[in-house]
Design a protein around this ligand. Sequence first.
Ligand code: ADP
Ligand code: MG
Length: 232
Amino acid sequence: MSTLELVNISKKFQSQQVLSNVNLKVRNGEFVSLLGPSGSGKSTIFHLIGGLYLPDQGSIRLNNQEISGQKGSISYMPQTPSLLPWRTVLENVILGAELHQKPDKHRAEEMLERAGLIEYSEAYPHELSGGMRQRVAFVRSILSPQPFICLDEPFSALDEFTRLDMQKWLLSIWEEERPSVLFVTHNIEEAIFLSDRILVLGAKPAQVKAEFTVDFARPRKEGVTLTTEFLQ
Ligand code: ADP
Ligand code: MG
């Protein structure tokens, strides 16, 4: 059981009001995507959920418990993969799991294999391409499945083939373990493919609605009704 709720969240940086009275809810087992133009505050929302920043106003509740300013309540993959340069790929991947449970090397290796990175287990981050580093960070964030997973543009640096493969993998994990997921992407097709619900930040409904009539819309299952909500 894992429900996340942001209630009346506001955040200002110097004189810039980035978020004002944002309300957002991810229900138990739901896959929700967050879309919005660059600079609209998507990553700021993630930083607030991840406890890296404090909101100026409002509350962030995981299962009705306030988690503002608390790190480690959720599994979180930041937009810029923060791999430790002095640790190998395998060690980096196990790092996330160490925080929650005893690292499972075998499972880590299985997941690196699935991500196409097993030959790089003993390599260091600087020896990898941007897309590979992104996949390492992705594996790290899903290795010890948390009931709530936040992924900030996890596939943005991947080529189209790898991206599709990773989307399918993420969906299969979601179907098996049913975590609640909050997923940021710039890719509308990706959001439609993965989500139960799409939230759009900082855009007027009239401006964005047209983009959702795209022909390539292909929800992951027959009969899935995709709903879209527009936040402040
Ligand atoms: P998005 O992820 O939607 O592209 P961000 O949340 O990264 O947007 O940024 C929203 C706005 O907040 C941007 O104008 C950005 O410059 C500003 N911002 C984000 N983090 C900081 C910070 N730590 N200090 C000052 N300004 C910030
Ligand atoms: Mg961002």
